[in-house]
Design a protein around this ligand. Structure first.
Ligand SMILES: Nc1ncnc2c1ncn2[C@@H]1O[C@H](COP(=O)(O)OP(=O)(O)OP(=O)(O)O)[C@@H](O)[C@H]1O
Length: 251
């Protein structure tokens, strides 16, 4: 078996300031990796570089053997809407607010070639059910949904095309604690059932405890510790991780 996604010596600077540097890892099929660290540690910068939203200054990114950084913009966009998915912290960034819930999901199917209206609507209804949105809400716009429902709809829109790699940026951020717990449960079920490979950025250790197989801990743009999630959280080696786990740094 080969890694699905490989990253080598990735670096991004903002002028002289380090966004992230010296980042290397392999992600295996079906593996979920969590990237944690306090605010300003470089998590968002790294995720943007990995997902192709921002070009790194240095390094290599390969997906399924393909050199992502060497792709043309149209090739990368095609990859981003077929084999990749991106779940934003704010559902408004990942949804089309003026389009119905069913349309938000169906549109993605059409982007990968689905043409038959009945099939598209049936699949959209099925996916709304999987993210616990009642079928009678299919024609409502997401602006009529609660924050938790919007986030579940964004997840359906992203997973309906069967991506092989999902990037998630603070997927439970900005939600009430009780809503977060429900969303986490749902995400965990989907990730397990679909055998998804995912990279999840969060400052919330509860999120990675539940979802991630492996962790990368970042500080000052660098990876300071990596390992299996339980190992890192139960027996942190780096003093920074120890602080993070003892919740001193959690926000
Ligand atoms: N557009 C930018 N211009 C200049 N510096 C930036 C920019 N974006 C991020 N940085 C800097 O890069 C470093 C990493 O920031 P980044 O946003 O990636 O961290 P983060 O861990 O995602 O933080 P947060 O959780 O608050 O989003 C910080 O020092 C930050 O000030």
């Amino acid at each position: 078996m080969n890694p699905l996604f490989t990253v080598r010596d990735l670096e991004k600077r903002y002028g002289t300031r380090i966004g992230c540097t010296d980042v290397s890892f392999d992600l295996w099929p079906g593996e979920v990796m969590g990237i944690v660290g306090e605010s300003g540690s470089g998590k968002s910068t790294l995720l943007s570089c990995l997902a192709g939203h921002m070009p790194p200054d240095r390094g290599e990114v390969h997906f399924d053997g393909r050199d992502v950084l060497a792709m043309s913009e149209p090739e990368r966009r095609f990859l981003a809407r077929t084999e990749w998915a991106f779940v934003h912290q704010n559902p408004r960034d990942g949804l089309r607010m003026a389009v119905s819930a069913g349309g938000n999901v169906g549109e993605r199917l059409m982007a990968v070639g689905a043409r038959h209206y009945g099939d598209i609507r049936e699949t959209a209804t099925d996916w709304l059910g999987r993210v616990e949105i009642a079928a009678d809400r299919i024609d409502d716009r997401p602006s009529a949904f609660s924050g938790g429902m919007q986030q579940r709809l964004q997840i359906a829109r992203n997973l309906v095309t069967g991506p092989r790699l999902v990037f998630m940026d603070e997927p439970t951020g900005g939600l009430d604690v009780s809503v977060q717990a429900r969303l986490l449960d749902l995400l965990r079920g989907l990730v397990r059932r679909l055998g998804l490979s995912a990279i999840i950025v969060t400052h919330d250790l509860a999120v990675v405890r539940l979802l991630a197989d492996r962790l990368m801990v970042m500080k000052g743009g660098r990876v300071v510790e990596t390992g299996l999630t339980d190992q890192v959280l139960d027996d942190p080696q780096h003093p920074y991780t120890q602080l993070l786990v003892s919740s001193v740094l959690q926000v």
